[in-house]
Design a protein around this ligand. Sequence first.
Ligand code: ATP
Ligand code: MG
Length: 379
Amino acid sequence: MATNPFRYGALALDDAFTDRKAELDELLADIRNGQDIVVFAPRRYGKSSLVWRAAQRLRKTGVLVAQVNLMTTPTKEKLAEKLAETIHDDIASRLFRAKERLRVFAGLRITPVVTVDPETGALGFSFAGSRHVQDVDATLERLLELPGLLAAERGRKVALVLDEFQEVVDIDRHLPKLMRSVFERQPEVAHVYLGSKRHMLERIFSDENEPFWRSAKQMELGVIAPPLFRGFIESQFAKTGRTVEPYTVERVLDTTHGHPYATQELCYFLWEETPEGGTVGAEQYETALTKLLRSEHAHFGLVWDKAARAQRLLLQALALEPGRPLASDYRRRHGLPGPSSVQRALGALLQDELVSRDSGGEYRITEPFLAEWLERGEL
Ligand SMILES: Nc1ncnc2c1ncn2[C@@H]1O[C@H](COP(=O)(O)OP(=O)(O)OP(=O)(O)O)[C@@H](O)[C@H]1O
Ligand SMILES: [Mg+2]
């Protein structure tokens, strides 16, 4: 029995990953050059998957890649723990014999408590219980220096990937400054920052009063171009003994516009409606979309509950007609309030990345199925 070849939610790995060739090549070259880079895109566009793919390639050629997701490190101590873990697993383990690995942590101001997971043998590090801020800072500083130092000692290239980097300001107000002061002394280390909230990144990297101001090359990820996605969808069906009508693939892409997560999600539901050896077409498409919207109902309901009145009106209008909501004829057509209210609502929706602006200056709802859900009025 073939299993569903489409995946959404987790990282797109191996066979679930498609395209991004230009971005991947650029990222690989930048990392090899030790160039710092910030990758940003709306939620669920495939930032983590892309960098994961790059890391996989780089490791095969001897480049060391350490990674931490700042979403999992709400405090400096937690950040220190995750850093120690990746330094141990992804750097020391590749450079030193088992007995020598822990020695890399010898000079730390706070000595970590090291634990072993009896099931997997994986090591855990804890810096909890230290009383002085200075000690935590000194420990963190040293950990941030280690990837560069260890790599240089062995003549290796190294990258440090910080996913969900926008969280850095919430961990500690002074953390950006501390980090930046270490990183600017490591020109040979490639720092890769991933962020989902564009405005946060704009604040961190494009505000001249911030420590990270213009410190990294910017790379914005877009959707996956529909013609490229088409081949992927067809081959995923074919590979599992099923056929998808060309017209149905067009409908999928007309709905998702190549949004990576949304496309995989819709294809997942579509595949579930296709019998082994069968062909999927218009009829199953409707069923698949209905089931998908049902599964997203709770999520969209929360979005709706949180939106203020003017935002709701604007969301409904954009679901029916992507465009320029500030124009007077657009406002009239959709019964929207005055320009300043619409401006404010639009600003808030952009900030939350519920709405995005395309290169032509038109606004649309970022998540394709939210638009569909609103259009169907299933509030
Ligand atoms: N290159 C790709 N090929 C096919 N599908 C992809 C690709 N990249 C991402 N996806 C789809 O998008 C989903 C989200 O990917 P990923 O978690 O990498 O995005 P992200 O931008 O890091 O999201 P978040 O903002 O939530 O961290 C994946 O589960 C997968 O379904
Ligand atoms: Mg991610």
